[in-house]
Design a protein around this ligand. Structure first.
Ligand SMILES: Cc1cc2nc3c(=O)[nH]c(=O)nc-3n(C[C@H](O)[C@H](O)[C@H](O)COP(=O)(O)OP(=O)(O)OC[C@H]3O[C@@H](n4cnc5c(N)ncnc54)[C@H](O)[C@@H]3O)c2cc1C
Length: 477
């Protein structure tokens, strides 16, 4: 009997995860799967792109080498974009001129970097002027690295999570970096005004200049970038990186008559409004939300794998609570949920430690944690994420939650989650460490911890250090 054909459009982080979820349900044998990827690589961990900026190869951040697909019987078509899809004809067409049949299709086309309408940014053919970059793909960062020279002046437009990471990367390469942000608070979606002041100081301590409340009007330079114009005032720069948000890639869906809004509209089963056509990841819009981080995407992939394989007929995606962490060495920032107490009975608890440069804030509603901002010390983050997720009642003394850096007994908090991307708890990690996983790669291979955003790797190292059984003949400190 021929197996139904499943076409997956896009080969990013959502697809990598979906394939794993399908595999764990025996789904790779149920379908004849074809993955179409516009980028020339096997799926890679986009979150770790900074490593490529620092000179690493894409293979260092690869999630699935091309051999993986062949081994698993998945047909992988790299370096080829899907250009047209017909639901009625159950066919799609690719940039190499080929036609492919499918029974079921999944859009996993992700996002593209949003490029603002700035005068002088593009050449007449629509490509970015020499010296101008976005920060989204392996190819983007490889080009950034080729262009960058120590001592060069670089501007990063956008002081959000990715802009700050790009700025730190360029500063580490020896460039003189200025972050230019439209709003008055860096990471204004994750950090409140007071937290923003602490964050700014921490970023400036890295030698990065910060300009806030500045709007970029034009990129200067005839053939190559020579600076930015803020409407009268100019900033000289030989390189500019635009990190001004993302835009879901919905063009193919739109042109294929799959209903879209900001993203491709999906229901709780991740199905679009067309039968047997699904969407997952940053291109999908569920309940009016398009997510831009991996943990919600991983939750979507679980549901989609259940639906596609029929493993769980009740599978439904109900939305995700979002948690973000900045991955800039020396600047700890974690944020979840609401950053302001904006309803009458909301409660805000703030701790300011000027000297240590630490700011911590909880936002509480109906005795439950609905948001938190941590700047300068994010050690309480793992416990707080759990309280935020569980919605467990908080203790009368709110400071207990922050001061201990651990969640509260009774809320499952005596076993805090360490890896929030893969929901791996301390007890699981300790079990594996005691069974001989005495390095991060071994622990990651067993539990997946540390393979998402990587921000828990310090905690993993710490757990190993404290709990790995001493090797005969070695000294345990
Ligand atoms: C520098 C950087 C740092 C980040 N840091 C974090 C972090 O710390 N934590 C976090 O949670 N998230 C982070 N993110 C976001 C995270 O990487 C994304 O949420 C995730 O990659 C989205 O996965 P996706 O598969 O939906 O999209 P993508 O990973 O973008 O993959 C989509 C793929 O589809 C391909 N494609 C698109 N259209 C077509 C087509 N028509 N035909 C064929 N292929 C197509 C694209 O080329 C791309 O390869 C970061 C992102 C960047 C860029």
């Amino acid at each position: 009997m021929t197996r139904p054909a499943l076409a997956i459009i896009g080969n990013g982080m959502a697809t990598a995860r979906l394939l794993d979820e399908l595999a764990s349900r025996g789904g790779l044998g149920t379908f004849t799967i074809t993955v179409f990827g516009e980028e020339p690589h096997g799926a890679y961990n986009r979150i770790l792109l900074n490593r490529v900026l620092m000179g690493g190869g894409v293979e260092e951040i690869t999630l699935k080498p091309t051999s993986w697909y062949a081994e698993k019987g998945v047909r992988f078509v790299p370096g080829v974009a899907v250009t047209r899809l017909s639901h009625a004809a159950q066919r799609l067409w690719t940039s190499d001129g080929k036609e492919h049949f499918f029974d079921t299709a999944v859009f996993a086309t992700g996002s593209t970097a949003r490029v603002p309408q700035v005068e002088g940014l593009k050449r007449p053919d629509g490509t970015l002027k020499r010296g101008a970059f976005v920060y989204r793909t392996a190819s983007d960062v490889q080009h950034m690295r080729t262009h960058a020279r120590p001592g060069m002046r670089a501007a990063v437009v956008g002081g959000g999570l990715l802009g700050l990471e790009a700025a730190k990367g360029l500063a580490d390469l020896g460039l003189s970096v200025t972050v230019v942000h439209l709003f008055d608070v860096l990471m204004n979606r994750q950090v409140d005004r007071v937290g923003g002041q602490f964050l700014r100081r921490a970023i400036e301590k890295l030698g990065i200049t910060v300009r806030t409340s500045v709007s970029t009007k034009a990129v200067l330079g005839e053939k190559r970038v020579e600076g930015l114009d803020f409407g009268g005032e100019t900033l000289p720069a030989e390189m500019v990186v635009f990190s001004s948000g993302i835009k879901p890639r919905v063009e193919l869906a739109y042109e294929s008559d799959v209903p879209v809004n900001a993203g491709i509209l999906v229901n709780d089963q991740l199905q679009t409004q067309l039968k047997k056509i699904y969407a997952v990841g940053e291109c999908a819009e569920h309940d009016r939300i398009v997510y831009g981080t991996v943990q919600p995407i991983y939750e979507q992939c679980k549901v989609l794998a259940d639906v596609l394989t029929g493993t769980n007929p009740d599978a439904a995606y109900r939305g995700s609570k979002v948690y973000t962490k900045l991955k800039v060495a020396g600047v700890e920032v974690a944020s979840m949920g609401r950053i302001e107490a904006d309803q009458t009975d909301d409660e805000a608890v703030q701790i300011i430690e000027e000297h240590r440069g630490v700011y911590r804030k909880l936002v509480i509603r109906d005795n439950r944690l609905v948001g938190a901002v941590l700047v300068g010390d994010s050690s309480a983050a793992a416990g707080l994420v759990q309280l935020f997720d569980d919605g467990s009642p908080l203790p009368a003394n709110r400071l207990d939650v922050l001061a201990s850096g651990e969640a509260i007994p009774g809320s499952g908090g005596n076993d805090p989650e360490v890896c929030n991307c893969h929901h791996v708890r301390t007890s699981t990690l300790l079990g594996e460490i005691r069974n001989g996983c005495d390095t991060i790669p071994k622990l990651s291979a067993r539990t997946q911890a540390g393979t998402g955003c990587g921000s828990c790797r310090g905690q993993l190292a710490n757990l190993i250090l404290k709990n790995a059984p001493a090797v005969a003949g070695s000294r345990k400190g």
